[in-house]
Design a protein around this ligand. Structure first.
Ligand code: GLY
Length: 444
């Protein structure tokens, strides 16, 4: 019976805990969390609360409970060097070292890697440490994206047309970012359909999981501000309705080349998740960014479908043996919808912002899965906090059924909550297909 440490407290870690717990090896889970997730607590032998920067406390828990390995859910502990500290203590982990987590924490590192090793999928970009040359570079781009180089929790990316319009505004944004960050990246904006390809990497071998499409915008029809992700879907054929098999193979090949480039560049092997955010554009497949962890919500789409023993899979990632373990996912469709406080993503003076720390009741979610995210289990009930509260996931032979299942589950959560009813519906998916058809018309 292996002892496993799980670090993280969101819905992604709840589904990680569930997937570890259903292993035939019957592992004993120890969870280190920033806030008490009741779903993870239920599945764990023991939990400990603490910050993700406190690597000493994490190593202390792992060592004292003689854990065989650790699984790191979010990016913050990766950036804090938890994997390095565990390694020093002789405890392996699923997750990259602080230096290799730059794949996510430094967009300049990743873009530079693609450029240096001639890996396809890059966009025109430049990294600036001062304003010198920014105006000239911007002048050569049709439209721009400006990002600070560093861990920004998915925020901080400024896109022309969404967050600003004129090039002069881009200049002001760069100036502002350089006051807080050492470097900014200015990139060419690309247009198309996005998908998430979450890959497992043991340092040498890379295995893709089914592609997923996330929905970042807060409101129906992709309106409103960007969020951490309001929901996502995946299809029974392990494609997406607008994707072709060769698009996935191209994303996987880019990820394989990046894993090899990381090894050559740093001499270190990347053991963990390489989650590529890709876009099919009229010029072909483009990499938007990598994350060094599973997606949230996307982890909730793929992990419930995993047929392979996840504990064995973690062992294969750690020991460089992914080529010897067949990895399979059941051929079912999934639709994940996040239930959020009504005021989530709204300005503080909006009347609905009162909903943020409200109490909720969870009834019968039928056949759908339920994963807790930012909630606080108090003596008098379950409270939401400031962010996404609960992910519900419908799993069925086709998308229509999976969507209906997720929608029914949403109604089981009572309180001042909101969700996006359009995620996974044929109306929204048809729109994606039409958009992709337009883009493909112009493909070279
Ligand atoms: N789905 C977006 C993220 O996990 O960063």
């Amino acid at each position: 019976m292996p002892n496993i440490l799980l670090v993280g407290n969101g819905a992604r870690e709840h589904v990680l805990a569930e997937t570890l717990a259903r292993s035939p090896q019957r592992p004993r889970l120890f969870a280190y969390m920033k806030a008490n997730n009741p779903g993870i607590a239920d599945l764990s032998h023991e939990t400990r609360l603490g910050g993700y920067g406190d690597t000493e406390a994490i190593v202390d828990l792992a060592r004292s409970r003689e854990v065989d390995f650790a699984v790191i859910g979010p990016e913050d502990p990766l950036h804090s060097g938890v994997v390095d500290a565990l390694q020093t203590a002789g405890i392996p982990a699923v997750g990259p070292s602080r230096s290799l987590a730059r794949l996510e924490t430094s967009k300049a590192f990743t873009r530079g890697l693609l450029e240096k090793y001639g890996i396809p999928g890059n966009v025109a970009f430049r990294v600036f440490t001062s304003m010198t040359g920014v105006e000239e570079f911007l002048a050569g781009l049709r439209e721009a994206v400006v990002k600070p180089d560093g861990l920004t929790g998915g925020k901080g990316v400024m896109v022309q047309g969404d967050h600003f319009h004129a090039k002069e505004e881009a200049l002001a944004i760069c100036r502002r970012m350089l006051e807080e960050h050492e470097r900014v990246i200015v990139e060419e904006k690309v247009v198309g359909e996005e998908f998430s390809l979450q890959c497992l990497c043991d340092g040498e071998h890379v295995v893709a999981t089914p592609p997923v499409q996330d929905h970042k915008r807060r409101f129906v029809d992709d309106k409103g501000p960007n969020t951490g992700g309001m929901g996502s879907y995946s299809c029974a054929d392990h494609l997406l309705p607008f994707l072709r098999r060769e698009d996935i193979m191209a994303g996987l090949e880019i990820t394989r080349l990046v894993a090899a480039a990381i090894r050559r560049e740093t001499g270190e092997s990347y053991r963990g998740i390489m989650y590529g955010g890709f876009m099919i554009t009229s010029a072909g497949l483009r990499l938007l960014e990598y994350n060094a962890r599973l997606g949230d919500p996307e982890a909730m789409n793929i992990l419930p479908l995993l047929e392979t023993d996840f504990v064995a899979l973690c062992g294969a990632i750690i020991h460089g043996a992914l080529d010897r373990l067949p990895v399979s996912f059941s051929p079912q469709a999934t639709v994940c919808k996040y239930i959020v406080p009504k005021g989530y993503g709204l300005p503080k003076d909006h009347p609905d912002s009162q909903s943020i720390a409200a109490r909720i009741e969870v009834g019968d979610t039928g056949g759908a899965r339920l994963y807790y995210s930012s909630v606080d289990q108090r003596e008098d009930g379950l409270y939401m906090t400031t962010s996404r509260a609960i992910g519900v996931v419908g799993i069925a032979p086709d998308l229509e059924e999976a969507e209906a299942m997720a929608e029914r589950a949403v109604t089981a959560v009572k309180g001042p909550v909101a969700h996006r009813p359009d995620i996974g519906t044929s109306a929204l998916i048809d729109k994606r297909i039409r958009h992709m058809a337009e883009i493909r018309k112009n493909l070279p």
